[in-house]
Design a protein around this ligand. Structure first.
Ligand code: HEM
Length: 387
């Protein structure tokens, strides 16, 4: 069967369209026709419902043998100490952190996420985005979950988050179930990391062991939320440097952006793309303009799927869209816009397994951004406020 007629998980023979993807040229034919069809299906409704070690033998000859042996030993001990110190620096978190203190944690999170995603598939996407917006601001410390209060300005009303981030109630509900099972033990930051993983997996994406042991911050930063979270109008160079500032390379950037294979965006975030960009499929842009007026106003909140083909399925469709110039956000299309990261995007468009593998690696890296551990921070009783 041709690839375009089958679910992407089924082995298939390349068609004209998939061959074009291999050649990194804008696709045409069947795939475009399918994209157009889907684009119009979803655009029809403005209330879119997203149901070694070192070589120690070669010491200089003028050293006496006993001294050489002692030196070798010292160097070996120092090398082991270095490795341990390095591991401590990057991997203070561990997937087994709560195994004895809260053995039911993973099953509580999984069943709560299963219920939430069954009720509304888009919730898997919304929770994944919450995790990203947490980790990019002060690190993965649950700062994003704090409500504004007379003594604290949270991040929820920052530009990239206001009227946009969702899923807080799902995290509250998981937290109260976890508190009932293991009071005062599990951080909101870890619950969010697990819930994001499960949301991806429940929408047919990969699963992985989540390193745990994060603690919750007592502070938040609205200004950091405004400055650290990338804008949908960003260029590829700006995206690369925003991710580099968090220790993530350009491959991580592309893989993590593949999160846009699920979920939706508001017209306000893609208006400029569908009215002004030239590297966009013309039919696709026209369909999106139908639900997104040219001027800011009444249509700002109208939703469109980030992946026109399968926005409730975690697959590599997002990258196939980009190669065909069906990216919804300007920042999405920048990942296949004639620059250095195009080859990574084209690779993921061809190879869904490579995308899944790199996405997992990059999620673990992102989850390692500046966690609070040990005696830092706290285990919040209520994810919305410091204790
Ligand atoms: C590369 C830079 C990124 C930019 C500029 C960006 C921007 C956006 C924008 C503008 C939206 C739509 C928001 C709205 O209309 O309310 C969105 C949605 C989304 N983003 Fe990103 N994003 C980026 C990276 C990421 C990453 C790294 C992840 C996760 C690993 C992610 C996950 C999502 C998800 C899942 C949604 C859909 C949420 C929902 O439907 O509720 N994004 N993003």
């Amino acid at each position: 069967m041709p690839c375009t007629r089958l679910p992407r998980s089924v082995p298939c023979r390349p068609t004209h369209a998939t061959t074009l993807l291999r050649n990194h040229r804008p696709a045409s034919g069947h795939y475009i026709a399918q994209l157009r069809e889907r684009a119009s299906d979803t655009a029809a409704s403005s209330s879119f419902n997203l149901q070694g070690s070192a070589r120690l033998q070669s010491l200089p000859l003028h050293i006496d043998p006993s001294m050489a042996a002692s030196l070798r030993w010292t160097v070996a001990v120092a090398a082991v100490a270095c490795v341990l110190a390095l591991q401590g620096a990057v991997a203070q978190l561990s997937p087994t952190f709560y195994d004895s203190s809260c053995p039911k944690l993973q099953s509580i999170v999984r069943s709560a996420m299963a219920a939430a995603v069954q009720q509304e598939p888009r919730m898997g996407a919304s929770i994944l985005r919450l995790f990203f917006h947490d980790c990019f601001v002060q690190g993965c410390d649950a700062s994003v979950l704090l409500d504004d209060s007379p003594t604290l300005t949270g991040e929820k009303n920052a530009g990239p988050n206001a009227n946009s981030l969702r899923g807080y109630e799902v995290i509250d509900s998981i937290k109260s179930q976890v508190e009932a099972a293991c009071p005062g033990t599990v951080s909101c930051a870890d619950i969010l990391a697990l819930a994001a993983r499960d949301g991806v997996n429940l929408l047919s994406g990969p699963t992985w062991a989540v390193p745990l042991g994060r603690r919750d911050t007592r502070t938040a930063s609205q200004s950091a939320a405004n400055s650290n979270l990338p804008s949908p109008s960003s260029s590829a160079a700006t995206l690369v440097s925003a991710f580099a500032s968090k220790g993530l390379d350009s491959r991580d950037l592309v893989a993590l952006s593949g999160a846009h294979t699920i979920g939706a965006a508001r017209c306000a975030t893609f208006r400029s793309r569908v009215y002004n960009d030239t590297n966009i499929n013309a039919g696709f842009a026209a369909k999106r303009r139908q639900i997104c007026g040219a001027q800011p106003g009444g249509t700002d909140g109208n939703l469109a799927p980030l992946d026109a083909m399968s926005s409730v399925k975690f697959d590599n469709g997002y990258f196939r869209n980009l190669v065909a110039q069906f990216g919804l956000l300007h920042s999405d299309q920048e990942l296949f816009g004639g620059g250095a990261v195009d080859s990574v995007t084209a690779g993921y468009a061809r190879n869904g397994a490579a995308f899944a593998r790199d996405f997992v690696t990059a999620m673990v890296k992102m989850g390692n951004i500046s966690p609070l551990t040990g005696a830092s921070g706290e285990i919040r009783a209520n994810c919305r406020k410091p204790n």
